[in-house]
Design a binder for this molecule. Structure first.
Ligand code: NAI
Length: 736
């Protein structure tokens, strides 16, 4: 009924913009202009799909029309499928499907010219591939991001893209899902012409110029796929390359498979069948469900709320941030400054002395120069960004800034002293934030007269690249301060997650049981490469030992010292503070094995800063000695045990974060792990994985088992929330 009504309304008002119409038809001389009008991004919701088909049909039937322009109103030509329909099968399955729309456009007997602007994605690009010509504004971009939600471009994309560009380019475009600039897309072959700022005028003029030309040779489905004797080798190499990058995710490999089908099928239709089969399999797979969960979770975390309901994105309004300051120009301070200035915020950077400040500035310049060299930005843009960095050694300069982030050494006394100084200097409305990774935000706030304006802004290293920002609310932090930090994160293009104040917050708190178990596994019989292999096979970007080496093993060492676990070098107790403790990592640091930067850590990297890890017999020897001193008889540890012990303790801690209202939702925790620790996206995140892939009863059973096996590791005590959730799922269990 809705479609009939809709089409009717469109027919009646074919040359005017009807408010319900999602595509409108107007005329410019002999050119019909079909404009998508589904703001803001013209996604292909059911009414839009129906309306395009109808408008094209109407234009074709109009004898005065010689050619047709298909374009979009608003910010972009078309951002693809309406993914909110994914959860509403009634709409997804309502005809015309996108594939029918592309067929209807291609079948049109009059030339149809896509005139694109903004970022055209997924189905939007497939729609354009249904057109006989594709033109794009010079600032426009195109991309096929379906791979990121576990799918292939399944509305002809995998079959048509290799017909308009080389096979290696098609594989790159579809498996990476990256956004491609107008210029590059033109070079690849998918775009026929790049347009200047008056793109609509130029588009209409182009349509006039090809009026009456035969459309047959312009139908992409009828074009040949360029194959030759090298094609099998191209695919062999592509499978290897894509598999190595995919870390266990299927969809990139199936994208290659679908493109390969285009090269092998006897006809376009036969290739389409293969594309459909692949899409059907992927759509129902666990991985796709997890990837789609992650897609929505990523958007959900920006809609923050405090678990007790006292504040949320709906009720709190952030302050405007016109300028900022960063204290400390070390590893983190430089990255944070970069994030600020990249977001266009003038930022003061200060240090202990001129020498350290110069060193920090050099690091900023180095990053910008590297990006210029890579072609990521022009020299002029880099200079403009650098001009926003305001080096100073005088706190007085900070009196008018809106936000300060301190990033000095991880030392409570020093941080309190700095916050106290800032409190005296900065205007009363200024927010004072700390980048601490573990320390108590409330204690820091107590050094100021404005605890409502103090919070943690925990960036991850390297801060200008890592997308995660944990915004930590203290007990007195005001909703306005939380909103400002969350807005600021968004401006810096971070995934910002609001968390509560506790030692190490959410991410590093969950990391603690994981890293402890990984080291205990070494003590009990495994080697670093064996532990890492299991974790990397699971899909983590890096195993624990490699990650430690990259971050620097001294970081954890300093923190253990700060928390009183290490009193003297070479300490040999295997129980500390009443808990099982392995001194292995401490001994490594005390022997100069600080990780990659020292050229040796859990692995040998050949030289300081080296990147290729090699098994080091010296480390193996150290591990044997630790086992012996701990009185442990080494044994073979199965991969399943390695995985469970590394991941389930971490998951249990996640439940405790929820239980204690440190995190607000499963989604918050999952995004912290996806964006801060390289957790494999196709398993959704630790909480999603536990709930939907392993199942909570199984996770609880194994946590119970390890709790009995390892009584001196308190983190194995099962979370009450986890037990409650399992009882809810199995109400009969608690009644037995
Ligand atoms: P870093 O040692 O590289 O840099 C600290 C900088 O602070 C040094 O350049 C030092 O000269 C400067 N500084 C010390 N006292 C100062 C003062 N009174 N005034 C101005 N500058 C002063 O340390 P990093 O790694 O950058 O860490 C900084 C903070 O960020 C710490 O709280 C750390 O826990 C936290 N963090 C570190 C991460 C990492 O991976 N390195 C990740 C997330 C947070």
């Amino acid at each position: 009924k809705l479609v009939q009504l809709f089409v009717k309304s469109n027919l009646c008002t074919s040359s005017a913009v009807a408010s319900e119409a999602m595509a409108t038809l107007s005329k410019r001389g002999q050119v019909a202009v079909v404009t998508l009008t589904n703001p803001p991004l013209n996604v292909l919701s059911y009414p839009t799909r129906a309306s395009i088909v109808q408008s094209i049909k109407e234009a074709e039937q109009d004898a005065s029309v010689k050619s047709i322009v298909l374009c979009g109103s608003g910010r972009a030509f078309c951002a693809g499928a309406d993914i909110t329909e994914f959860t509403n099968p009634e709409l997804v399955f309502k005809e015309p499907h996108l594939i029918d729309v592309t067929k209807a456009v291609e079948a049109c007997s009059k030339p149809v010219v896509a005139v694109m602007h903004g970022t055209s994605l997924g189905g939007g690009v497939e729609l354009a591939l249904g057109c006989h010509y594709r033109l794009i504004h010079k600032a426009g971009k195109i991309g096929l991001p379906e791979v990121h939600i576990g799918l292939v471009p399944g509305a002809t994309g995998t079959q048509k893209v290799p017909r308009v560009m080389s096979i290696p380019n098609a594989i790159d475009m579809i498996t990476s899902g990256r956004h491609i600039s107008a210029k590059e897309a033109h070079k690849m072959g998918i775009i026929d012409k790049v347009l200047e700022d008056d793109y609509m005028e130029q588009g209409v003029a182009f349509a006039e110029s090809i009026a009456g030309d035969p459309v047959g040779p312009r139908r992409v489905s009828q074009m040949p796929v360029k194959v030759d004797e090298t094609t099998p080798m191209v695919f062999k190499m592509a499978y290897e390359k894509v598999a190595a990058k995919a870390r266990g995710m299927y969809s990139p490999l199936f994208c290659v498979k679908a493109i390969e089908a285009a090269t092998k099928a006897s006809s376009f239709e036969e290739g389409l069948k293969m594309e459909k089969n692949i899409q059907t399999f992927l759509a129902i797979s666990d991985q796709t469900q997890a990837l789609q969960y992650a897609f929505f979770a990523e958007r959900a975390v920006s809609k923050w709320r405090v678990p007790d309901g006292s504040a949320s994105y709906k009720t709190a309004k952030g302050q405007e941030v016109k300028s900022a300051a960063v204290i400390g120009a070390g590893t983190m301070g430089v990255g944070i400054t970069m994030s600020m200035v990249m977001a266009g915020i003038p930022t003061y950077l200060t240090e202990q002395n001129q020498q350290y400040l110069d060193k920090g500035l050099k690091m900023v310049q180095g990053i910008l120069a590297h990006w210029v060299k890579q072609g990521r930005m022009s020299e002029a843009k880099a200079q403009q960004i650098f001009s926003l960095v305001r080096p100073t050694l005088t706190y007085d300069d900070l009196k008018d800034v809106d936000v300060v982030v301190e990033a000095v050494f991880e030392n409570m006394a020093l941080k309190k002293e700095i916050l106290k100084t800032l409190d005296g200097v900065c205007k009363p409305s200024a927010i004072l934030a700390s980048n601490t990774s573990t320390l108590d935000i409330d204690e820091m706030a107590s050094a100021t007269t404005r605890p409502d304006k103090v919070m943690g802004m925990h960036f991850f290293s390297p801060a200008h690249i890592m997308k995660l920002l944990e915004n930590v609310r203290g007990k007195d932090t005001s909703p306005e301060t939380m909103a400002t930090a969350m807005d600021l994160g968004k401006r810096m293009k971070k995934i910002s997650v609001l968390v509560g104040n506790c030692p190490a917050f959410v991410g590093n708190r969950m990391l603690a049981p994981y890293s402890r178990e990984a080291i205990f596994l070494l003590e009990e019989g495994a080697l670093p490469n064996e532990v890492d292999q299991v974790l990397e096979d699971f899909g983590l970007a890096m195993g624990l030992c490699r990650m430690g080496d990259l971050a620097g093993l001294d970081v954890g060492y300093k923190s253990r010292k700060e928390y009183g676990y290490i009193q003297r070098e070479g300490q040999e107790d295997f129980i500390r503070k009443g808990e099982r403790y392995s001194p292995l990592s401490d001994w490594m640091v005390e022997n100069g094995r600080l990780g990659q930067k020292a050229g040796k850590g859990f692995y040998n990297y050949g030289k300081p800063g080296g990147r290729k890890p090699a098994v080091d017999p010296e480390v193996t020897q150290m591990i044997m000695e630790v086992s012996e001193k701990a009185g442990i008889t080494r044994r073979h540890i199965p991969a399943q045990e390695i995985l469970e012990r590394c991941l389930y303790g971490l998951i249990n801690e996640g439940f405790k974060c929820l239980e204690e209202q440190i995190a607000s939702s499963d989604e918050d925790i999952d995004m912290v792990w996806l964006y801060g620790y390289g957790w494999p996206r196709h398993t959704g995140g630790p909480m999603y994985y536990a709930k939907n892939i392993v199942g909570l009863p199984k996770v609880l059973e194994r946590i119970m088992f390890y709790h009995f096996e390892h009584p001196n590791s308190p983190y194995w005590k099962p979370s009450q929330l986890l037990i409650d959730r399992v009882s809810e799922e199995h109400p009969h269990a608690s009644k037995l």
